[in-house]
Design a protein around this ligand. Structure first.
Ligand code: FPP
Ligand code: MG
Ligand code: MG
Length: 442
């Protein structure tokens, strides 16, 4: 008997797509200015982890395993379409499903995501024969627009890194001087803005309003997460109204009369609460910040991939929740590595969070059993010796292994949502990815 084929690299499933992504991103971010070109492409030149595009591509491929009838999101609930108006309804359903009605010379053949049994002939004859509804434009189970989504996601992420390294006054990234050091703060910020603008152009070309809204909200969430991190509210998290759903309030549709409301964290009167309540509120604040700064982009891009594949709402939610839990897990591990490893391995500064005044999971666990750490957190470890005391408290409280357990909890939740997708090589690759996020060393 043939020995069972062992897949050494589960990501080989999408290696072609990953290779072509580099080229496509290059084409998306080219400008007329040579220096801008250098800064904008700088982080793409060094190898990153590519977690976000892997999620998008592998989620897309996993969903392609589901027969179209089961995946279907839209059912056209009409038995005889025979006038223009109703045909328009079909067209908009088609475009909602991701097909392009304008270029549908034979609409039925390029349709996907619509239950074929429900598709009606626009010339009024109900469609009776079962038809092989093929996704003519898919390759390796992945649609071109899903590949583009992977590129857009990576560009948005890279743009946020350029800004992040300015905010964090970082000196290295991906084993090289960070953008702010190599080019100046000003150029890093501008190049980040430029990348964001190019990602927006590519996003609008997907011609899918739902995906545009999701990805734009993810960008807003990145900024909201950074703002939550700027403010020292760890000790008084009750000063902030935390949106537990983890979602930014949707901005209202413009009506021309109602002024646009910007979501805000409203200040409330301080109340005195117990140490336990204070710690648990700080964790809540920390996790919400983590969702916004990291998990939002992962979850909303996974959701967008599912939307583009024409999935039903249930599957879309599983993909979203997979991304959400994996994203929380990813950032918690990132915060742990800041305590456990060094710059040589990470390719970026280690031990940076305390120096930046940030209280992440390891130090929150220390505070939980050592209330005297509270004042240090409150003053952002700004007094001589604070950082050393905090580090020792983390060791004493076993903060690192508690943080790892917390990350594993989110990984397990991610795996649970993944199990709602059909078994396949691409689903196994996503499982592998979820485990690798926890066991990674950089
Ligand atoms: C890395 O976190 C940074 C992020 C996950 C998001 C940064 C977001 C912004 C700066 C908001 C504005 C940006 C744009 C363009 C939308 P980290 O500093 O904890 O990790 P690191 O160790 O990799 O630096
Ligand atoms: Mg940062
Ligand atoms: Mg940083």
């Amino acid at each position: 008997p043939q020995p069972k084929k062992i897949i050494n690299d589960p990501f080989a499933l999408v290696s072609e797509e990953m290779k072509s992504m580099v080229k496509s991103i290059g084409a998306l971010i080219g400008s007329g200015h040579p220096t801008l070109n250098r800064v904008a492409s700088y982080y793409f030149e060094a190898k990153g982890k590519n977690v976000r595009p892997l999620i998008v591509l592998l989620v897309s491929k996993s969903l392609a395993e589901i027969p179209i009838e089961e995946r279907t999101r839209i059912a056209i609930n009409s038995s005889d379409i025979n006038d223009q108006e109703e045909f328009k309804g079909v067209s908009s359903a088609m475009s909602f499903a991701g097909a392009d009605p304008e270029h549908s010379i034979t609409p039925l053949r390029i349709l996907y995501g619509i239950n074929p049994k429900m598709i009606l002939n626009p010339l009024s004859k109900p469609f009776e024969q079962s038809v092989d509804v093929k996704r003519l434009d898919e390759e390796n189970g992945i649609l071109p627009r899903q590949r583009r989504l992977a590129e857009i996601t990576e560009i948005i992420h890279t743009s946020s890194l350029l800004h992040d390294d300015v905010i964090d006054i970082a000196d290295s990234r991906r084993g090289r001087p960070s953008g702010n050091i190599a080019f100046t703060n000003k150029m890093s910020i501008l190049a980040g803005d430029f990348l964001l603008a190019r990602a927006s152009v590519a996003l609008s070309r997907l011609r899918n309003n739902e995906v545009t809204e999701l990805m734009s909200t993810a960008i807003a969430n990145l900024v909201e997460g950074e703002f939550m991190q700027l403010k020292n509210t760890v000790l008084q998290p009750h000063l902030n109204e935390i949106d537990n759903a983890g979602e930014t309030k949707r901005i209202p549709e413009p009506t021309g009369r109602v002024p646009l409301k910007v979501p805000e964290y409203t200040l409330q009167q301080p109340v005195s609460i117990s140490h336990e309540e204070n710690v648990s509120a700080a964790f809540e604040y920390y996790l919400h910040k983590t969702y916004l700064k990291t998990a939002s982009l992962m979850s909303k891009s996974a959701r967008s991939a599912a939307v583009l594949s024409g999935c039903n709402d249930e599957l879309i939610d599983h993909c979203y929740n997979f991304g959400r839990n994996l994203g929380l897990c990813f950032q918690i591990v990132d915060d742990m590595l800041d305590y456990t490893t060094n710059e040589e391995i990470l390719g970026k500064p280690a031990g940076a969070d305390l120096k930046l005044g940030l209280a992440t999971a390891p130090v929150l666990y220390a505070w939980q059993i050592k209330p005297e750490i509270g004042p240090l957190i409150a003053r952002k470890f700004s007094e001589p010796g604070d950082i050393e005391i905090a580090r020792a408290a983390v060791v004493e409280a076993d903060g690192v292994s508690k943080t790892k357990k917390l990350a594993e909890k989110y990984r397990d939740a991610a795996l649970e949502h993944l199990r709602c997708l059909p078994e396949s090589d691409s689903r196994s690759a996503l499982e592998f990815l979820a485990n690798a996020v926890v066991t990674r060393s950089k």
